[in-house]
Ligand binder design. Sequence first.
Ligand SMILES: *Cc1c(COP(=O)(O)O)cnc(C)c1O
Length: 482
Amino acid sequence: MIKKIKELEKLSRLLDPGMDQRDKWNSEVLEYSNSFINKLDTAKAFFYSEKNGKDLYNLDIEEEATGLTSLLDSTTKNIDEVGINPASGGHMGYIPGGGLYPSALGDYIAAVNNKYAGVFFAAPGAVRLENMLIRWMCRLMGYSENATGNLTSGGSIANLIALVTARESHNIKARYFDKSVIYLSEQAHHSILKAIRIAGLSEAPIRYIPLDEKLRLSANELEKTILEDKEKGLIPFFINASFGTTNTGSIDPIDSIAAIAKKHKLWFHVDAAYGGFFKLVKELSSKFEGIQKADSITLDPHKTLFLPFGTGTILIKNKEIVLKAYQYLADYMQDTVDADEEISPADISIEQTKHFRGMRLWLPLKLFGLKPFRASLEEKIYLTRYFYNEIKKVKGFEVGPEPELSVAIFRYVPKDKDAYYFNKKLIQAIQKDGRIFLSSTNINEVFWIRIAVVSFRTHLVQIELLLDIIKENVNIILTERN
Ligand SMILES: *Cc1c(COP(=O)(O)O)cnc(C)c1O
């Protein structure tokens, strides 16, 4: 038996390499990441490729070990240099991601110390750190000390937590599902619809409240619809407002909706996954009026705090409500109840064992301080306005509503020609060029090209480049057609 154990130990100890091996790997990974970042200035924002990373299958899992060098080479070729490059300042499609360097270090530390950040008893320091970050975000949104929240993997899970909390808080049982009405606009993010299905509420009537000319949910129409539903004997229960829609960055009238929600006793959720951190820009502060009245707010640090993907946030105004919805005590966890100085993340979320996300958020905020974050967000606002004004001046272009935040839509309107095909061709040409990545959208059945300036690496030089690329390609398409 001892002989067998010793034999196994020899192999199993390979999982815990010594300092020399670690140093070697560290320096190789460091070299890889330096080369990745140093190349970003000239690298594409979108890599067009036939193979699309298929060669990765040559590195399937086997019994024997493989050297790091070939794995990093393959990472560069098959992962980094195909598809969208979210680390690039040229990425202005969808909602671009970030990738602040200190977050990588934070992830590294969190993976090395592997603190059990789901439960206070197990990792009081880690939980304090995460809750301190949550309290900072609560203060930023104007919430009181009675608020709480959770660092999630993204905005979708945050929206799901909000909806389930609302369902439990309003005591909506299965027999009421087909009477419990949900209100949102057509511009609401599809993760809300996904959350409705996951929360078991597919039978709930959904009311798409009409939009005004700036694509904002109309508060008057909202109240009218709620009254009609009440009259029909239905139970209006949940309103989702967007603070910055993904399509156009429009902001629903938060303060008016809050008043309606209060009057009719509905749960009021604000999805600020994209727009929330613009609160850091003083000039935009007034747009947030009333947000502190929301019952829950979704934020997404992996969008407008420039973190690498994997961190969203849900804030809940009233902590008793969310505890009621999620807290659960397993017998084998009985040692953990006494130490309740801080709410444990496991008590207010779907997860138990979780990634220690606090580290990747805390490190950049502390190492940089808030000032550069405020400046970078304000820069994004000005860059978007600049682009909007410049593209408007280019002959043949039409623009959407004046950008409220850092998303704008525009399209080329060809004389006597099909605008849909023209703009489809234009977006394909931009994507094929790859230096800047943009995406398109449909609004009221009209095809628009969309710019979202969100990356911390996007500056004036990328906007000027984009304007050149657009003009170049319009001319090419026009000549082809004539
Ligand atoms: C991105 C986004 C979401 C979804 O968040 P993920 O982090 O992608 O899960 C939800 N709502 C809005 C408004 C968004 O922009």
